[in-house]
Write a protein that binds this ligand. Structure first.
Ligand code: HCA
Ligand code: CU
Length: 380
């Protein structure tokens, strides 16, 4: 995958996170920000969910028309004619219609045979095409479908006018090996149609599966900011683009703005990231143990995959009883305080006897005062 693109679905899949409802203001703000960071496609929602979702979507589409949003705008819809009509009436760039294609979905959700489903897929893709918009067909639960049948599904959607098909790992059961093979088989069996990977994170494999899918031939990767979505969510935008940068040497979007995006979506969704969340979590460029701190101070490559600035972050060192002399000296230097090695040793010694969870600058200066009897003033 040389020229893969990001489709961000924070506004559609992301709003399927329990407890998350985006107001119109947040929805528009998120869409603009996604466009600003260079996300290629934005899935803005399903207008059939509720009237206010529809009206917010139509405002985003107007912003696209006015040139304020650059990304391709995708509207999601069930494979139901009235829903599709409602979606296409907003004149988005693309409509994405989904239908379950595994036997589990066919039998228990749709109550259709495989043959009936193919006819339904063809009919609804053609119907959507009739409105003059680009059409993506989503093969829901594709990764639990019979492979030969899935090939027929992709062919049917293509022949009915879909230029893209999303291969949805709806319950997150792919592995990277299977993802790579599945996409390369589909690519070979059905030429002339673009393939999206939509990977759920139920088993924590969404990023790895998405990356492997691009190696097999997927050229659009679905993400949400902070990995929001049904259940365990889907591929987190910030993690996927950082992993792609590390492994493939390509910056897919403006990565320095990722912390801003992550905070924006935390505020909009009311869902905070774990401090250990890759790339944008509070802790992920902070070094704690003395061995790590000394290593990073000698050369950051010792304990960092890439410099934090690449993703708009900065490096930090936490101070507690795990800290060593180098990190304490470094923090004191930052505060404009220079001390000799003997004093440094005493400070570290003193740190060992505190159980403070994370020392602030002021705490460190107090320890220094205790050890030396001198009150140091920070020059910062
Ligand atoms: C859904 C299903 C979906 C669709 C994915 C896609 C899935 O919640 O409507 O359109 O690519 O995971 O199968 O999110
Ligand atoms: Cu999904």
């Amino acid at each position: 995958g040389e020229s893969i693109k990001i489709l961000d679905s924070t506004l559609r899949e992301g709003e399927q996170t329990p407890g998350v409802i985006f107001s119109e203001e947040w929805r528009i703000k998120i869409a603009k920000s996604l466009s600003d960071v260079g996300v290629h496609l934005i899935e803005v929602g399903d207008p059939n969910v509720a009237p206010d979702v529809r009206s917010a979507i139509s405002k985003i589409i107007a912003l696209k028309r006015d040139g304020e949003i650059k990304s391709e705008i995708v509207v999601h819809s069930r494979s139901v004619k009235s829903d599709i009509e409602n979606a296409t009436s907003l004149e988005p760039d693309r409509v994405a219609i989904f239908y379950g294609v595994s036997d589990i979905h066919l039998k228990h959700k749709h109550r259709k045979t495989r043959e009936e489903a193919l006819a339904i897929i063809a009919e609804h893709v053609e119907f959507a095409r009739g409105a003059g918009v680009k059409v993506r067909f989503t093969a829901e639960d594709a990764t639990r479908a019979d492979l030969d049948y899935l090939i027929q599904v992709v062919k049917t959607a293509r022949d009915a006018g879909a230029d893209r098909v999303s291969i949805a790992d709806t319950v997150g059961i792919l592995t990277p090996d299977r993802a790579r093979q599945l996409f390369s088989k589909l690519k070979e069996a059905v030429p002339g149609v673009g393939l999206d990977i939509h990977a759920h994170n139920d088993l924590g494999m969404a990023v790895a599966n998405s990356m492997a899918a691009t190696e097999g031939g997927a050229d659009v990767v679905h993400t949400t900011v902070n990995g929001l979505g049904e259940r365990a969510g889907i591929t987190p935008l910030q993690v996927f683009v950082a992993a792609y940068y590390y492994h493939k040497g390509v910056k897919l979007i403006d990565m320095a703005k990722l912390p801003y995006l992550a905070s924006l979506v935390e505020a909009a969704s009311g869902i905070a990231q774990m401090p250990t969340f890759p790339i944008t979590g509070d802790n992920v460029f902070t070094h704690k143990a003395g061995v790590h701190q000394a290593g990073v101070l000698a050369n950051p490559e010792t304990y960092e995959p890439f410099p934090p600035e690449v993703v708009g972050r900065s490096r930090d060192f936490s101070l507690d009883k795990y800290s060593g002399r180098r990190a304490v000296a470094h923090r004191l230097e930052r505060l404009g305080v220079k001390v000799d090695e003997e004093t440094l040793a005493k400070v570290v010694e003193e740190l060992k006897s505190t159980n403070a969870r994370r020392l602030r600058d002021e705490d460190l200066l107090e320890i220094l005062e205790k050890v030396t009897g001198v009150r140091y003033k920070a020059y910062v």
